[in-house]
Design a protein around this ligand. Sequence first.
Ligand code: NAD
Length: 338
Amino acid sequence: MTTIGFYDTKSYDRTFFESAARAELVQWRFHEFHLSTETAATASGAQAVCVFVNDRLDRPCLEALQRGGVRLIALRCAGFNNVDLVAAQALGLVVTRVPAYSPHAVAEHALGLLLTLNRKIHRAYNRVREHNFSLDGLVGFDICGKTVGVVGTGKIGRITAQIYRGFEAKVTAYDPVPLPDWAEARGVNYTDLDTVLATSDILTLHLPLTPDTHHLLNERTLARLKPGAFIINTSRGKLIDTTALISHLKSGHLGGVALDVYEEEEGIFFEDHSSQVLQDDELNLLLSFPNVLITSHQAFLTHEALGEIARVTTENILKLGSGQPFLPTTILTPVAVP
Ligand code: NAD
């Protein structure tokens, strides 16, 4: 029997993970709070911890986990910027993730955000419910013929690009590791980042957060965008400098911004704060803009993705102590990232 400390648990996590393994093989210790240095002692006696995007596994947290007997950190997400992989490796902890649970889920949400924001469906929905059938202020644009800039053509970026091609948009892309065969087959043009920024009507971000990509969109790069450009970010909040973004929204430079992730989402997203005064002034400001649409990091939230996350994570957990290798595509240690 393997014991797993499971952090930041939501009802849907329990549903999918409890049905992913026979009850006699794993003992899930579901916690609603996050894993951090302060809470790491709660993993004592567990062989593995299962964590999500806003659990913070810095060196002191990892040291506490190791002291308590943890040997496996199983991330139930793709991104891993919240784990100190160098420290994990030095401490002999195995770190796994779920590299691709459903890239379609995220790409489809990114398109859903753009369609909603552009055609103002969220505003129309509220109006009609109040018997306001006026169309004033609801004018959008055709995606057909527009230029979409895809930054990052990994699993999610490629599907996003393909969907936009289905809308008959022109798609340009930037990725330091381009895939020319795919691009040619799909009618996508690779170019440099600066050109993507300067020519896109819709800019959609599908790259990881690393020290190099932190604030990829900042005062200088946002200034390169076309007047009226739309930005869609379903990747990581810290790819965008929020203060600079607000300034470009207030000046009227940007046409619209849709975010499924936010720079300071930790402690806010995934939770119900509807009875409290939100203390984050920049988030309050963004929420007040008519051309900003925010969802709470839900792009991954489909039945297919949750099922795959639970399946892959549990398969790795069951390999612990069995002598069988972990799923090779899921292992983040030995460290091969910046
Ligand atoms: P992936 O690893 O398949 O692709 C990432 C791509 O980004 C790679 O092709 C890489 O070469 C490229 N890249 C790296 N640095 C770059 C740079 N400086 N500029 C441009 N491109 C760069 O990852 P993926 O599965 O497509 O996921 C992309 C991101 O989406 C993840 O890193 C994660 O942060 C985010 N994500 C969000 C959700 C959500 O629910 N909102 C869910 C899953 C993933």
